[in-house]
Design a protein around this ligand. Structure first.
Ligand code: FES
Length: 197
């Protein structure tokens, strides 16, 4: 794992304009770029599963990987973070993820296979911006009594530390959980959940 991907969530994030997911122009340019890539890189770009080493991810930290060209966030949650999620069921729109997209094994309060690790696609379910990770005591908390989570600067959608959307914001559903599985306590695979351990 590249440690530069580890994000302690205390820095300011890029502007909304810089983080909007690419549109048709980006897609059109992708083909010649893929043609020049090494085989494994090419496979990754077109959506092959990605193996991730999470051994250096510390409690409370988030790292970012890429799968199918999308940012994948992996957040290692502390017990306090899990407690804060459980305390906010009444504040989120879809606490049981009944109307949201995730594999069956992630359709639970923490939206995860293992409570400790959140794995979600880091794209706002409103119009596709990339929300920021804002920690509990962060200077840039979007609301009072913020318990940590994700804030989308484009139109103000907020998500908790399970990627559950808060009531009263434009995003209609929780952040999407991709298929994934653990192949050891410190390695997971994004994009493949077959014969999961
Ligand atoms: S794209 Fe995130 S709130 Fe609109």
């Amino acid at each position: 794992m590249d440690n530069s991907n580890v994000d302690k969530g205390r820095r300011r994030f890029l502007t909304a304009a810089a983080t909007v997911v690419g549109g048709a122009g980006a897609a059109a340019g992708a083909v010649p770029f893929i043609a020049t890539m090494a085989p494994s890189e090419k496979a990754k770009a077109i959506g092959a599963p990605v193996e991730v080493d999470i051994s250096k991810l510390k409690p409370g930290e988030r790292m970012i990987e890429k799968w199918q060209g999308k940012p994948i966030w992996i957040l290692r949650r502390t017990q306090e973070m899990l407690d804060d999620i459980a305390a906010q069921d009444d504040a989120v729109s879809d606490p049981g993820s009944d109307a949201s997209a995730q594999p069956e094994y992630a359709k639970n309060e923490y939206r995860a296979r293992e409570d400790e690790y959140l794995v979600v696609i880091g794209i706002c379910t409103h119009l596709g911006c990339s929300p920021s990770f804002v920690v509990k005591e962060g200077d840039n908390a979007p609301v009072e009594d913020w318990k940590g989570g994700f804030f989308c600067p484009c139109h103000g959608s907020r998500f908790d530390l399970a990627g559950r959307v808060f009531k009263g914001v434009p995003a209609p559903t929780n952040l999407v959980v991709p298929p994934y599985k653990f192949i050891s306590p410190s390695r997971l695979v994004i994009g493949d959940d077959s014969e999961a351990v």
